[in-house]
Design a protein around this ligand. Structure first.
Ligand code: NI
Length: 255
């Protein structure tokens, strides 16, 4: 039985209140042994890669967030390919569609999303998906273009019905701090129905801080509150949720 947690999506490079050493120390104390840091901005490609090289329990996803796709270049793609030869780079992410912030370049978002899916396929790496108010297009594009990469729906925000559709396609559902919010009924319902072998935990630090620290800066240590809430909702023990989510992450990410 796995006796530690994994935070499968956290931007530790964006946490301003603590140093990286403090963040990793707090995580360790909270029983969080492995941390996956996604790239979002173009500049993150180097930042994430360097964090992975420097810290043993830090792994990375490389890619461009949908809001940042105007920065996509051939050179960037070359660098992602080069860095991905490292064992510490465990996926392409966070990539996908975001129709919430700016709808003026949805076409470009889709184009670069498809490019990055193909890149993940070529490199035989999992894909970490950002989908905000773009459930249908995200799903349809993945279904049409993804050839064999494991798909993780990061910070899943759809309905339980949508979760079921994703799971039917073999995708993984990663849940974060929102599940602890009192009014997040949809998310709590989703947490109850995802099969154990498809469930992952994350914080999306520094955002979406779980109760009881809601409103403060998030950090990987707080993934334990996400695990506890999901355990409560499912009538399972903390240890059972820890075991299945950690096993899933290690299996699909090869860590
Ligand atoms: Ni993120």
């Amino acid at each position: 039985m796995k006796d530690y947690l994994i935070d499968t999506h956290c931007h530790i490079n964006m946490i301003e209140e603590f140093s990286i050493e403090e963040i990793l120390h707090n995580a360790e104390e909270a029983g969080v042994k492995k941390i996956i840091v996604p790239a979002a901005y173009a500049a993150d490609i180097d930042v994430v890669f360097n964090l992975c090289r420097k810290y043993e329990n830090v792994y990375g996803y490389l890619g461009l967030h949908p809001s940042e796709v105007k920065d996509w270049t051939d050179e960037l793609e070359e660098r992602i390919i080069e860095y991905s030869s490292s064992d510490k780079i465990v996926g392409i992410g966070e990539i996908g569609l975001d129709y919430y912030w700016d709808k003026s370049f949805n076409d470009l978002q889709q184009q670069i999303f498809i490019k990055q899916i193909k890149l993940a396929n070529k490199l035989n790496l999992p894909i970490n998906i950002h989908d905000r108010e773009a459930h249908k297009d995200t799903f349809d594009i993945l279904k049409a273009y993804n050839k064999g990469s494991v798909v993780i729906m990061h910070c899943f925000s759809g309905s339980p019905e949508f979760a079921k559709e994703c799971i039917k396609e073999g995708m993984y559902i990663a849940l974060g701090g929102v599940v602890t919010f009192k009014n997040a009924i949809k998310m709590k319902d989703t947490a109850k129905i995802v099969p154990e072998e498809k469930l992952l935990l994350e914080t999306d630090s520094p955002y979406l801080t779980p109760v009881p620290y809601r409103g403060k800066t998030n950090q990987p240590a707080y993934v334990k509150f996400v695990a506890q809430e999901i355990a409560n909702l499912r009538g399972m023990s903390f240890e059972e949720i820890q075991d299945c989510t950690t096993s899933n992450a290690e299996r699909i990410l090869g860590i």
